[in-house]
Design a protein around this ligand. Structure first.
Ligand code: GLN
Length: 290
């Protein structure tokens, strides 16, 4: 199955996160070391990244040398705050670059990765599950407003999975794949205001109750926080002062030493910011849970 990675920290060129690490996501596309299912990840890849957030306090509109006014006289941009939604004009929405090629076969990636820097990134290399869309629409990250999402895993018999989604939501799926379906379930909860960790945990419980052998390693970010799950495949993280990476597997080479990488136990939820990481055990579905 796929490998994926999310990063929050000081802006770095995408190449430093994805291409340069000797055991990084780039190499994991043809030689993953810890992947539990599948062998290579050559059915596409995707990178999502956030532009820098405005951090300077902007003078009020009309002040000498002030910011050009946006529509209706509002400032054209303002600094976002944690918890702000996509409706905040200052909240930086992410960009994506996705292809249906093996990552090494893309002639554009080297230049893009060398020249684009970001402090918030989510990327994935894909091993497509049988019967799913083969084109780039099924390559993670999926996006909804400020959210980026990736799924490493597979759901058996997913076309008949009870999801609670309505016909309009099902028709709006970006791709014919289990991952796109799971993303619609998660995104619906985020839109209803559920916190990211709660949305992932709820979808895992729901899907695992209907398909106990489903593999559900999720990665979700809004550019300021990361929520992730370990449910059937590997998950690791590395926290340094002011920077965190959450990834399917460590990217270090040195003598196979794991250095600062920590493994997340299976059946866990991980919540991370640049300040710290919390790992919470996920309990199986309980019938008496409201
Ligand atoms: N099932 C998903 C897909 O087809 C994810 C696959 C994976 O984890 N390799 O894209």
């Amino acid at each position: 199955m796929c490998r994926h990675l999310a990063y929050l920290g000081p802006p770095v060129p995408l190449a430093r996160l994805l291409v340069e690490p000797p055991r990084g996501l780039y190499e994991q596309s043809w030689q993953p070391r810890r992947q539990r299912h599948g062998t290579v990840n050559v059915d596409g890849f995707g990178v999502g990244w956030y532009p820098p957030e405005p951090t300077i306090a902007l003078p009020s509109p009309g002040a000498p040398g002030g910011t050009p006014a946006g529509p209706h006289g509002a400032p054209a941009a303002r600094a976002g705050r944690p918890g702000d939604g996509a409706g905040d004009p200052g909240f930086p929405l992410p960009a994506r670059y996705r292809r249906a090629l093996p990552v090494w076969a893309d002639p554009n990636l080297a230049d893009l990765a060398r020249t684009i820097a970001s402090g918030a990134v989510l990327a994935a290399v894909r091993s497509a599950t049988e019967g799913t869309t083969p084109d780039e629409s099924a390559a993670a990250p999926f996006r909804d407003g400020r959210w980026l999402f990736s799924h490493n895993g597979a759901v058996p018999d997913w076309t008949r999975l009870p999801t609670g989604l309505g016909p309009a939501e099902l028709l709006a799926l970006e791709a014919h794949s289990d991952s796109a379906l799971l993303w619609a379930m998660v995104a619906g909860r985020l839109r209803r205001g559920e916190p990211p960790g709660g949305a992932l945990a709820a979808v895992i419980r729901e899907v695992a109750a209907a398909r106990p052998s489903a593999r559900l390693n999720f990665l979700l970010t809004d550019g300021r926080t990361i929520a992730a799950s370990a449910w059937g495949d590997t998950l690791w993280y590395r926290l340094r002062p002011g920077a965190v990476v959450v990834a399917s597997e460590p990217d270090d080479a040195v003598g196979e030493s794991l250095g600062e990488w920590r493994e997340v136990p299976d059946r866990s939820l991980l919540l991370a910011t640049t300040d710290g990481v919390r790992v919470i055990a996920l309990r199986p579905e309980r019938k008496d849970t409201p």
